[in-house]
Design a protein around this ligand. Structure first.
Ligand code: BF8
Length: 671
């Protein structure tokens, strides 16, 4: 081990990852973990005080009162850097949404090989939101109109993007009064880049108001469109049994790992693996079949719909290849490390790029096209199968966990009230009574600068003890899954008494996996519905709820944080702050930091803070939840009051073997 390097236990809290990090060292191969140890981050850029937006710089500001060559202050530079990051994050999510809209259009016109409209009910519901006629019309006709409407949102120049109509009335009025409703998705991203060009917008607060509008074009625009269409084409998620961690790779199968974000690719590969032609092809190659798994948000897209296992989250992408058992890592867009290709040269793994937007030198490129999706998916799988004969020795950690993902807001409605009384009433009632103290959304990335999964799982577990119901998405959800937190019966003894009672009554895990990162829009929908249900105020900012991204690293995470703030949520990010300013916090470098916290709170009721210490994250979360409870006049949280009803039935269940208990609680049998 190199001098100064963290121990394996300090690099990751996941024992499967630790095994692979040992293997990497044995082979003398670097990973993001070791590169993070070797590379000291730039503290000037990291704190938002480096301006490289023109050729006079980069201007590296290190002293209070110093300006760039053009005279730009630290505040202006920090605000510009932040809005540019938010614009990039919004662009990534929204471009994904745009491609989904084009796929919907192609499906509606019968031009997309292999795709179907799987959820006609959701298609009709979404179309009806916008006044698209649905009666006596075929799904294709409705989908055609919805696709046109959604495609139009990206290039719209004036007016308001249509999904904002799904926010509470009060929130829409607030946004209108502040002039932050996006006119069109692309327009706000372009304007963010324009405003931050040399010599443009130079008032930090004014720049930051556009950060809100840009991020809203993501959350209430591109991402919401992406989630809607994914559900319409591939099915709205409902609970399903899945597994997570590197132990899902199989020695006697061709292992294909799909990594990235867009379900158009992964869903078609799921379909192709079940094709008799592909199964026979794999068997002829000497394997039992094709074993499909996912990494990152592609993993989430396949997990929440089909229960296809997740090989891991962001920091597992290199570790999967290090097992030597992966024939192909198939990637599309976002969160794909360039290091994969160099790493794969040590093994037989083929990295296959598929998006016209993403190429990596040295990777095989098989371009995906939704018009002949199934044909291309089969070609990708045959390439992987042909590579099976080249496999050498494998080292697959025998570690995996079961999980039950798939909690779309539609399913949460259904599970709380069945087909006839579907609503959020029982959830609101449980919060009002104090059985559930509040709700936390724990989302976002892994970051090799912190111990993998530790912050996610520590914060999750501590909040569960405090009767806080947790919803999760993205890599955070996979972190919790790997620790077994997404299976109720495995963790209910570790949750607070009131929350335990609710989970047992409804038959849900205390941590609800709601999907990928674009699916954070499901959380916006849940919060809006909770506000509209009544009893928790009349808008999102009054709900006892907090959003956390303990291990964030991507620009998309900053966009998500900002649209959640605009919607009224308190958002806490762990790790480093990109606007921390001078190390000794002199006053003029605090402006941005204060503005995104207190300034935004005054306007939107939500705020963004960066808090490195997990205990402080938990303290602030509970303080905020209790403050909101008090403002609503709800009783103080008292864990002594709950936890006894229904205990007799639970004691009976506890006597049963785990698989029978799971079937009794969730209606899903173990495999
Ligand atoms: O979009 S949580 S590391 S995979 S950015 Fe990336 Fe972060 Fe994972 Fe999904 Ni989201």
């Amino acid at each position: 081990m190199a001098k100064g390097k963290r121990t394996y236990e300090e690099q990751s809290s996941d024992p499967a990852a630790q095994q692979m990090l040992i293997r990497a060292d044995e082979l003398g191969i670097s990973t993001a973990f070791s590169r993070a140890d070797d590379m000291v981050p730039c503290n000037i850029g990291g704190s938002g005080m480096c301006c490289k937006m023109c050729g006079m710089g980069p201007c590296r500001l290190t002293k209070d009162g110093q300006t760039g060559i053009c005279g730009a202050t630290i505040d202006t530079i920090q605000a510009r850097n932040l809005v540019r990051a938010i614009a990039a994050g919004s662009a990534a999510h929204s471009d994904h949404g745009r491609d989904m809209a084009f796929t919907l259009k192609a499906v509606a016109n019968g031009e997309a090989e292999g795709y179907l409209i799987r959820d006609v009910a959701k298609l009709r519901t979404v179309a009806a939101h916008y006044g698209i006629p649905i009666e006596k019309r075929s799904p294709q006709e409705i989908a055609n109109d919805l696709a046109d409407l959604y495609i139009g949102q990206f290039g719209q120049q004036r007016g308001e993007i249509v999904p904002v109509k799904r926010a509470t009335k009060k929130r829409q009025e607030l946004w209108r009064s502040l002039g932050v409703i996006p006119r069109g998705v692309d327009r706000e991203v372009v304007e963010a880049l324009h405003r931050t060009h040399i010599g443009d917008d130079q008032d930090a607060e004014h720049i930051l108001s556009h950060a809100i509008r840009t991020a809203m074009a993501d959350g209430w625009g591109g991402s919401m469109i992406a989630t809607d269409i994914s559900d319409i084409l591939f099915g709205t998620p409902a609970p399903v049994l899945g597994q997570a961690n590197l132990g899902v790779l199989k020695d006697d199968y061709v292992n294909v790992v799909v990594h990235g974000h867009e379900p158009t690719l992964s869903q078609m590969i799921v379909a192709a693996t079940q094709d008799p032609e592909i199964i026979e092809y794999a068997q002829k190659a000497g394997a039992k079949g094709v074993n499909l798994s996912g990494i990152c948000c592609t993993a989430n897209e396949m997990l929440i719909r089909q229960g296809i296992p997740a090989a891991g989250n962001f920091l597992h992408q290199e570790l999967a290849i290090l097992t030597g058992a992966v024939e192909a890592m198939v990637v599309d867009v976002q969160c794909i490390m360039q290091a994969l290709v160099e790493l794969s040269k040590n093994f037989h793994t083929q990295v296959i790029t598929t998006s016209p937007k993403v190429r990596i030198k040295g990777a095989v490129h098989i371009e995906f096209d939704e018009h002949k999706a199934l044909t291309i998916a089969k070609q990708i799988l045959k390439t992987a199968i042909d590579n099976y004969k080249n496999r050498g020795k494998t080292h697959i950690p025998q570690i995996k966990e079961d999980l039950v993902p798939g909690f779309s807001h539609e399913y949460i409605n259904y599970m709380l009230g069945g087909s006839y009384r579907a609503s959020f009433r029982p959830l609101n009632d449980a919060i009002m009574a104090g059985r559930i103290r509040g709700v936390a959304a724990i989302v976002g990335c892994n970051n090799p600068r912190s111990k993998q999964d530790y912050l996610h799982t520590y914060v999750t577990q501590e909040l569960l003890k405090q009767d806080v119901l947790i919803v999760e998405t993205g890599c955070g959800a996979i972190a919790a899954a790997k620790l077994g937190l997404l299976l109720g019966e495995a963790g209910l003894d570790k949750v607070g008494p009131g929350l335990k009672e609710v989970c047992e009554t409804v038959g849900i895990p205390p941590v609800l996996h709601m999907g990928s990162c674009v699916d954070n829009t499901r959380i916006l929908t849940v919060l809006t519905q909770m506000a509209e249900e009544g009893g928790l105020g009349d808008d999102v900012d009054q709900i006892p709820a907090v959003g956390l991204a303990p291990e964030w690293m991507s620009e998309k995470a900053l966009a998500i944080a900002t649209y959640c703030v605009a919607t009224g949520a308190y958002v806490i990010f762990g790790g480093a702050s990109p606007v921390s300013g001078m190390p000794d916090r002199v006053s003029d470098s605090d402006l941005v930091l204060n503005y995104i916290s207190e300034g935004w709170e005054k306007q939107f009721g939500g705020k963004l803070e960066f808090v490195a210490d997990p205990d402080e994250m938990i303290r602030r979360t509970l303080e905020h939840i209790d403050k909101k409870r008090a403002a609503l006049g709800l009783p103080e949280w008292n864990p002594q009051r709950f936890g006894r009803s229904g205990d007799a039935r639970m004691l009976e269940l506890e006597e049963l073997p785990m698989d029978m208990r799971r079937e009794a609680l969730y209606g899903v049998a173990a495999d």
